[in-house]
Design a protein around this ligand. Sequence first.
Ligand code: SF4
Ligand code: SF4
Length: 68
Amino acid sequence: MNRLSKKKARVQINHKFCKLCGICVDFCPVKNLLITDHKLIDFAKCTGCGTCEKRCPDFAITIITSNE
Ligand code: SF4
Ligand code: SF4
């Protein structure tokens, strides 16, 4: 089995906690995150690397991973 192709990841954003600091946007290696209209959005191309979740100072991001 190809271990690179079976994992799916999505970003869960807690908008109550998010202060729109932009750290996650800057650190995401695939440019999946963007702040627009005073809101953090994602483009559904998360690879599940976990960087944004680790770097967010306000615990506003949870990465949900699942195997298909
Ligand atoms: S790092 Fe956290 S607080 Fe900052 S924009 Fe991203 S989710 Fe929001
Ligand atoms: S987990 Fe990685 S790829 Fe997914 S949004 Fe966060 S930094 Fe980007």
